[in-house]
Design a protein. Structure first.
Length: 105
């Protein structure tokens, strides 16, 4: 399955548009991560624990997007858009949404 953020795939014609596919992933950020992220925010630097959570959420969202496209009979998804948000009380959960167009190339 080919996944692309571009609306077309250069040199490869799209034979059929199968429809819009979407996925959502919500991952909780635990208390310990929040403490260390708060310290990183205060002192500066990157938060490796939050970066790992974001990578995990993105990977899961893209895998689910791919699964939905496959169920429609597609072999590619074009025009993929990823959005990141915080949800829950005090923004304690991270949400990644992915959307794109399932196509047959």
């Amino acid at each position: 399955m080919l996944l692309s953020t571009t609306p077309t795939i250069e040199g490869t014609p799209i034979r059929q548009y199968m429809g819009v596919v979407t996925s959502e992933t919500i991952i909780g950020a635990n208390f310990v991560r929040d403490i260390f992220a708060g310290l990183r925010d205060f002192f500066g630097g990157r938060s490796g624990s939050y970066e790992q959570v974001l990578r995990e959420a993105k990977t899961t969202a893209l895998r689910e997007l791919e699964d939905e496209a496959r169920r429609l009979g597609a072999n590619a998804v074009v025009g993929i858009d990823l959005d990141y948000e915080t949800v829950g009380g005090g923004g304690s959960m991270l949400m990644v949404t992915a959307s794109g167009t399932a196509v047959l190339i």
